[in-house]
Design a protein around this ligand. Structure first.
Ligand SMILES: Nc1nc2c(c(=O)[nH]1)N[C@H]1C(S)=C(S)[C@@H](COP(=O)(O)O)O[C@H]1N2
Ligand SMILES: [Mo]
Length: 263
């Protein structure tokens, strides 16, 4: 294993990247290298997929994101992006305090699932105090409670051809000429099965607030804030991301953000 890692490092150094900066500033480091008309560019599809592959090589699949103690929570989770969706289906669920909400798990699974919030809350839970990093340059430490996504994947029995988990959200964003565009996100099965990847219904010992994504939002603790879809309507197992949005795997990705937002 060790020599494997060393070889990867040598590969990185040989293309002129300091290996130590890659997991944190992968794209910035690679963008310059790829923009100079280098022949290597033709070999590598995009900086984005290279970043993803490099990070997947260097990061242990089960490596945990740092967890903090309660005393390190200084404030409530700062709401960002959509904070008060006014989409019709969402408002209907909101009116009855999400009693009529059901999470759907569908796509490339043997057994599609549909669960109420109460049913999800009765499953074994996990609580973690983690730091949320937004690309806008702020972070926030908060305590999140929910169920591990891996539980649902096991139950639904993911088909072998599935490669990604797509989160479909209730909210849409005004994207200028494109009109209202639904928020969505996606991750690979490594992150989906990671022990800290939870569907959270609680934050800082309270039910998840509307502003932070009630009734259910995902926590993907080794990636940036925009990956952590709020207001989850359904979860879909897929083999390709091309049918969704502009095909880049997420609302912000469709506008240029990296699909793998590693931190
Ligand atoms: N559905 C949905 N999920 C979303 C967003 C959004 O606008 N809509 N914004 C993202 C961004 S950029 C961040 S930083 C976090 C903010 O989560 P918070 O409001 O709980 O801080 O949610 C992410 N998930
Ligand atoms: Mo963000």
């Amino acid at each position: 294993m060790k020599s494997f890692a060393l070889n990867r490092r040598r590969f990185l150094t040989s293309v002129g990247i300091a290996a130590s900066t890659v997991p944190f500033a992968g794209c910035d480091a690679l963008d310059g290298f790829l923009s100079g008309g280098s022949p290597v560019r033709d070999v590598l599809a995009t900086a984005n997929s290279l970043t993803y592959r490099v990070q997947r090589m260097l990061i242990d699949a089960d490596k945990l994101a740092p967890e903090f103690s309660s005393s390190e929570i200084r404030q409530g989770q700062r709401p960002n992006g959509s904070t008060d969706p006014n989409d019709e289906a969402y408002l209907a669920h909101r009116t009855d305090n999400f009693a009529s909400y059901r999470l759907q798990v569908q796509g490339l699974v043997e057994k599609p699932l549909s669960y109420s919030l109460a049913e999800l809350q009765n499953m074994p839970s996990r609580t973690q105090i983690t730091r949320h990093d937004c690309v806008e340059g702020w972070s926030c430490i908060a305590k999140w409670s929910g169920l591990q996504l891996s539980q649902l994947l096991d139950e639904a029995k993911v088909k072998p051809e599935a490669r990604f988990v797509v989160f479909h959200c209730f909210d849409s964003m005004n994207a200028g000429l494109a009109g209202n565009v639904g928020y969505y996100e996606s991750i690979d099965l490594v992150d989906a099965r990671h022990p800290q990847t939870i569907l959270a219904y609680g934050c800082n010992d309270q039910p998840l607030q509307i502003a932070n994504g009630a009734p259910l939002r995902v926590r993907i603790e080794r990636q940036l804030g925009y990956k952590m879809a709020k207001y989850i309507r359904s979860i879909e197992l897929v083999s390709t991301l091309s049918p969704f949005g502009k095909g880049k795997g997420g609302f912000w990705e469709d506008y240029g953000y990296d699909w793998y937002g590693g931190i």
